[in-house]
Ligand binder design. Sequence first.
Ligand SMILES: C[S@@+](CC[C@H](N)C(=O)[O-])C[C@H]1O[C@@H](n2cnc3c(N)ncnc32)[C@H](O)[C@@H]1O
Length: 286
Amino acid sequence: MSTFTEANRQAFDGLSTKYDSEPWRHRMTDQIKKGLHNRKDWIGVRWAESDDLQYGRETKLLDYACGTGSVTKAIGSWVTNIRGIDISENMVKLFNEAAQASGLKTEQVNAVVGDLLGDEVSANLDTPEYQNFDLAVIGLGFHHFENPMRAIERLTERLKPATGVLIIIDFLPFDKDEPAGPQAANAQTIKHGGFARQNMEMLFKAAKLENFSFSVMEEQVEMFGKDGTSSKRSVFFARGRREPTTWGKISKWIGSMQTVASDQWQIGPREQVQAQLGPMGGRIRE
Ligand SMILES: C[S@@+](CC[C@H](N)C(=O)[O-])C[C@H]1O[C@@H](n2cnc3c(N)ncnc32)[C@H](O)[C@@H]1O
């Protein structure tokens, strides 16, 4: 683990116990939950239906940098399986305690300590359980990452080809070097002072994510530092879909050729007859 990621791990391990008890954080979590709910269709995932579990259809969510589980709590009821990953052991412990207290089984919801962004990925994350997600979300973790491009690439390769969606929830540009406020309190853990739409679009395109879309929450959030000073930030949602595999693209192409051929077969002969009959030649019966 790099020195910077280690600083994040220690900071969030230390923050974990009071993470969910600060009133301003509650307000922010509620605002983002509302933002996600307003964008349920925009996210573009086939959400779980009530009888999916019975028939074995899964909708899998990867909550990356899950913390105590704000994203999971906001949209967990739309999916059948959730895997959380975070570098902070204390955050993961709180995530799992909350899931178990809600009566959820580990097979349904579980978080583990891990880092997908290092030079090597640990073996416990290289199993089918951590592949083929319908949706991966990074909620407010992106500006803490040393290498955002690597984060997008590593999550994209864990999405279902052609349908899997990546959502990044983070802040529009802010002054990360401001001497007061929340950024000052967490200076050693913040790598980027937010992201503009163009940055996000460039990163998503470089990872070959398709259908990029960017949406900013109307209402700003207000964050507080240890010294009581606050700063307001705008929250965005960036979305992209994993491209199909090469085989998927070929099948789609073959499919479209068959459609063209069958359209020609249906329309062609009728138009030819009509042309031979001329404009006054009567109508072909349907
Ligand atoms: C601001 S918190 C957000 C937590 C949660 N997603 C939420 O919305 O409340 C950022 C989280 O990112 C985690 N984190 C930082 N760097 C990470 C990395 N390289 N891999 C995984 N998690 C990381 C921290 O431990 C922390 O829990």
